[in-house]
Design a protein around this ligand. Sequence first.
Ligand SMILES: [Zn+2]
Length: 168
Amino acid sequence: MNWNMHIIMTMFFILGGAFLVMNAGILNLGDYSVLLALFVVFAALGSLLPDIDHKDSKITRIVHSVSLIIALGAALIFGGTLAEKAVLFGILFIVVGIAMWFFRFIFPHRGFVHSLTFGVGVSAVLAIVLYIFGEGVGITEAFVIFVGTLAGYESHLICDGYIIPKLI
Ligand SMILES: [Zn+2]
């Protein structure tokens, strides 16, 4: 399943979940539109994350693009002469490339990264990092980020055919 299908299926699951919650009268979701938006955004991200263990996935390309921008920014800020900036940029870019390759070497496609345990870990780390460093991220937002990311992650695993999630 490709990346846009993973996002669509995740949104489909969220709509179903929201429908059930509203119908059961548990919550009036309209009162929580900001948190709901946060949930949807992180679920979309979570639905892409598992394929970070694949060389040609959308999320791998996003990570490469973002690291390119960060490497360029760092080189411009910390490099001295133009040549030094260029060398620094090259080194940073190669380091990220090697790190990503090494990650895929340790975690082959659809191995541990495609497990519930990894999903819980990644979602927790993301929520904690954003709680500590994110502007306006309180404990409630962090919790929504955690559950949203995990929901998207789990949706990806289900769509990949792991109906009963693998623990490792
Ligand atoms: Zn996958």
